[in-house]
Design a binder for this molecule. Structure first.
Ligand SMILES: Nc1nc2c(ncn2[C@@H]2O[C@H](COP(=O)(O)OP(=O)(O)OP(=O)(O)O)[C@@H](O)[C@H]2O)c(=O)[nH]1
Ligand SMILES: [Mg+2]
Length: 656
């Protein structure tokens, strides 16, 4: 061993302790922390060693101060910026994210909730700083205000926007198919509409914009959105089915928006059709047909047999003429996103309905939290167009990010303005909810990937509504686009199941998933996906153990006995015996006749035999052989009390 010679640069350990105001134990701890080993009997430390200890102490103090302070975090922050704010290495942040089930890179954005959880995990206190910029985001309310204040002198008539609403399967999509000679309904997965869509059609030289909404109960918010965009609602009610829950919802939304309602009583070609019954039921919703003295136009039609379609279109035009919708086509465009997705080849695509103004090719736009330049526009047929005037549904390509359905589009003067408006308003990639270490509940962790923001929203809402208090849901990632390697790795980190809706998984990513044993489940119908999630939730519900006494066996002979396993022969004295039943060993002292039997121990019957053959059930009087797992020893004359244990799931998963 190298000998240390005291030099003038060396200081006595006892002096160092005094100088730093610490105990000897603390010094030992500090030496270990900074990686200095000292030999037995060593009395001195050199200057560089002392400097290392001082440095460590200073850093600790600084950190303690930092942790006491409130850290202001914006609503969206890059991983590397969060590291800077917390004065920690990025690796620390990434590791903490991973620990919480989020696989991120330096450049990923985190929303406030996620950043706060990470910061708190690392011992910081946080608050959300209110950003000035948020004020610039156009809300639906502000949009309505702007539209109301528009200069009437500049306004010209625009096509009415007609939203088709009604209960599932009552024929909305078929009606639209008939109106515009298309064939959408027959191509839908499971025969149900799962997204909102928009078309235009010409009738008698006039244009009408239609919005098709889904009737399945899951898509409630899509119906609300459809109603919010409309000038008029066509309520489709099947003549053979009458008023149903979503018929009522549709009426409620239309009334909330103050919209005129035209009722199309559909499927009148069917033998079971009963128009009068439907009218009566509608009367209960305060929709009284004109011929009964009310104000609502009700028309019998057959979407399939193309009956009454022209009459319906006439009525739509007449009704919308009462309050002729108008807009100013000369101003910068304002619109609402009805659907959006990420396309592999062209990037983000948003379907937008223009409310006012004209959107031109090359316009700079702000949409919700993203921006872009309109590089390409397509009409509902997919045909490229150069401009979109009021009431026109248009697909826009050229956005930086996928906006949310319901976001407002604003054409802006210049890219500079767009960028400043949307700066720091990028949609965060990572979402996470707070976990609690004391939480005893089982967790269902999922990665959700869908074809569009609309379906993603529908999925998240449906799934969240299904989760009972007894189970914790953790949506590790929810995003649009195909399933990629990064999703698989995120699922691995978060111990999650990957659900894909209407999207594929790349072959390589599937291989990775197989290798990592990550379950990837793809669906085309939303409620089938929801059913699968329900099963997963059910399996995570807490269980109650119910016991039931089923019989008694008297031991006649012990054949074999090891520490963990015994083989005994006995006779069923009462009730029955079955494999997997549990036992309590009881023993009576022959000398003390009146004393209760003594509890000797417990075990489980793992195998039951009679005449050397396995048996599923032994009854009273049967002589059986039993293999018993358990440590407690038995002997001849003991009585086994046999009971069955069943696990019963507590509570239930709410039905949607
Ligand atoms: N007999 C008859 N069947 C019809 C008529 N209209 C629609 N159908 C049938 O009803 C079923 C449902 O039609 P859809 O148009 O998909 O119904 P929907 O209201 O769009 O359904 P969701 O969008 O899922 O709410 C299909 O099998 C249609 O062929 C009609 O006028 N007569
Ligand atoms: Mg439909």
């Amino acid at each position: 061993m190298k000998r240390r010679f005291p030099s003038k640069n060396n200081r006595k350990i006892v002096d160092v302790i005094q100088e730093l105001h610490i105990t000897e134990g603390k010094l030992m701890f500090l030496l270990k922390e900074v990686g200095i080993r000292i030999a037995e009997g060593q009395k001195n430390l050199d200057q560089s060693e002392i400097a290392r200890i001082r440095g460590y102490l200073n850093e600790q103090e600084r950190r303690a101060q930092l942790k006491g302070k409130m850290i202001d975090l914006p609503s969206i922050i890059r991983v590397q910026d969060l590291a800077k704010k917390l004065e920690l290495p990025v690796g620390n942040i990434l590791a903490t994210l991973l620990k919480n089930g989020v696989l991120a890179t330096l450049n990923d954005d985190l929303d406030y909730d996620t950043a706060a959880i990470i910061a708190q995990d690392l011992g910081y206190k946080t608050t959300e700083s209110v950003e000035e910029l948020e004020k610039d985001v156009l809300t639906v309310e502000k949009l309505n205000e702007i539209l109301k204040k528009e200069d009437p002198a500049k306004q010209t008539p625009r096509p009415p926007i007609v939203t088709i609403m009604g209960h599932v399967d009552h024929g909305k999509t078929t009606l639209l198919d008939t109106i515009r000679s298309a064939n959408v309904a027959s191509g839908e997965a499971g025969g149900i509409t799962q997204a909102i869509s928009s078309y235009q059609t010409e009738y008698n030289g006039r244009t009408i914009t239609f919005i098709d909404t889904p009737g399945h109960e899951t898509f409630d918010f899509m119906r609300q959105r459809g109603a919010a965009l409309a000038d008029l609602v066509v309520l489709v009610v099947a003549a053979d089915d009458g008023v149903q829950p979503q018929t009522k919802d549709a009426v409620a939304y239309a009334k909330k928006e103050g919209l005129p309602i035209v009722v199309a009583i559909n499927k009148i070609d069917r033998a079971e059709a009963n128009i009068d019954r439907v009218k009566k039921e509608l009367g209960d919703l305060d929709l009284i047909p004109e011929e009964w003295g009310g104000e609502t136009v009700m028309l019998g039609i057959s979407a399939l047999k193309k009956q009454g379609i022209n009459e319906l279109l006439e009525i739509i035009l007449l009704t919308s003429d009462i309050h002729q919708p108008k807009a100013d086509p000369t101003r910068a465009a304002l619109g609402t996103v009805i659907e959006s997705k990420l396309d592999k080849s062209v990037g983000p695509i948003a379907s937008v309905i223009i409310h006012t103004g004209t959107l031109q090719l090359g316009d700079d736009v702000v949409i919700g939290k993203t921006t872009g330049k309109v590089r390409q526009m397509r009409d509902f047929r997919g045909k490229q167009i150069k401009k979109a005037t009021p009431s026109v549904p248009v697909m826009i390509i050229g956005l930086k990010d996928v906006p949310q359905a319901g976001d407002i589009l604003q054409a802006v003067e210049a890219q500079g303005e767009a960028v400043s408006k949307a700066a720091q308003r990028r949609a965060p990639l990572k979402k996470m909810s707070k976990t609690d270490d004391n939480d005893q509940r089982q967790t269902l962790a999922i990665v959700l990937k869908a074809d569009s923001k609309g379906s993603l929203e529908a999925l998240e809402q449906t799934i969240t509504a299904m989760v009972p208090q007894e189970v914790r849901l953790s949506v590790v990632r929810a995003d649009v686009g195909a399933i990629s390697d990064s999703d698989v790795l995120t699922a691995r980190a978060g111990n999650a199941i990957i659900y894909g809706f209407n999207i594929p998984i790349a072959g390589m990513s599937q291989k990775l998933a197989d290798k990592e044993k990550i379950s990837v489940r793809l669906f085309a119908i939303i409620y089938q996906l929801a059913e699968d999630v329900r099963n997963e939730i059910e399996q995570r519900m807490p269980v109650d153990i119910v016991t039931e006494d089923i019989g008694r066996v008297k031991i006649l002979k012990v054949f074999f006995s090891t520490a963990k396993r015994k083989i005994v022969g006995g006779e069923v004295a009462e009730g029955i015996v079955e494999p997997n039943a549990k036992i309590i060993i009881k023993r009576k002292d022959k000398l003390k006749k009146d004393a209760p039997a003594e509890h000797i121990g417990t075990g489980v019957i793992v195998e039951l035999q009679k005449d050397k053959r396995p048996l599923q059930k032994a009854e009273i009087g049967d002589q059986v052989g039993m293999t018993i797992e358990g440590r407690d020893k038995m002997k001849e004359g003991d009585v086994l009390e046999i009971y069955r244990e069943t696990r019963v799931r507590k509570g239930s998963v709410p039905q949607k």
